[in-house]
Design a protein around this ligand. Structure first.
Ligand SMILES: Cc1cc2nc3c(=O)[nH]c(=O)nc-3n(C[C@H](O)[C@H](O)[C@H](O)COP(=O)(O)O)c2cc1C
Length: 209
């Protein structure tokens, strides 16, 4: 990021860097219902294709529902020998992001753009309060058996949330191009990000041909 942007918008830049995926939590440190509502309120304000606003949110904090939901979620595919957070380190809350097909005004895929914006609003707001989360797109279809949803609702994403119990560090993707996140001996979670220079595409090459 340019020096100018960093200095003008230091708080936002910091927040974006800080807003990392976290998968181990202080399960007993609960996020209050008021805060969860405030976070959904931030999601609500995101841009929406045709302003259709087809997303809905189900907040889950109740112990029995959390326990039923947990085994249906896929955790950290790049760390195959880790089966997800153990009891005591599990999310204290979930927000299930739903597509309400009844109100979808355009093609279904457009809701995924809305979903990215909404979930990032929510996670940025959460991080500003010291609450972190994990988007979980890998879940079992059995999720429909445990959530009381209308037949027109489709589960798009589950946000696992809580106060963090792990450290996450960003690093540069190395020469080998490996983007897989990994954990070191101290259990610090490392997330490789591509370098700025590697994601910029030259605008001149075509013109020169
Ligand atoms: C659409 C989407 C779906 C994801 N699904 C999962 C998932 O099912 N399980 C999981 O552990 N992480 C999931 N993640 C988290 C990514 O693994 C994580 O964003 C990535 O490792 C980069 O880390 P960062 O969010 O800290 O930048 C998902 C992220 C996105 C954006």
């Amino acid at each position: 990021m340019s020096d100018k942007l960093w200095s003008k918008s230091i708080m936002l830049a910091d927040l974006i860097v800080t807003t990392r995926t976290v998968r181990r939590f202080q399960e007993e440190h609960k996020v209050t219902p008021e805060t969860l509502l405030e976070l959904v309120d931030l999601a609500r304000l995101g841009g929406s294709a045709r302003n259709g606003q087809p997303l809905r949110y189900q907040i889950i904090t109740e112990d029995s529902l959390r326990s039923a939901l947990f085994p249906l979620l896929g955790w950290a595919g790049y760390i195959p020998d880790w089966k997800g957070p153990v009891s005591g380190e599990r999310p204290s809350a979930y927000i299930v992001c739903l597509l309400e097909r009844k109100w979808l005004k355009g093609p279904e895929y457009e809701a995924h753009f809305d979903l990215g914006i909404a979930s990032q609003n929510l996670l940025l707001g959460a991080a500003s309060l010291g609450i972190f989360g994990c988007r979980i797109g890998s879940f079992s279809e059995k999720i429909y058996d445990i959530l009381s949803l209308s037949p027109s609702s489709k589960v798009l994403l589950v946000l696992a949330l809580g106060y963090p119990a792990e450290k996450v560090e960003l690093e540069e993707v190395g020469e080998d191009g490996d983007v897989r996140y990994w954990r070191d001996k101290e259990q610090v979670h490392h997330v490789p990000k591509r370098r700025l220079v590697d994601i910029l595409v030259s605008a001149e090459s075509k013109a020169r041909e």
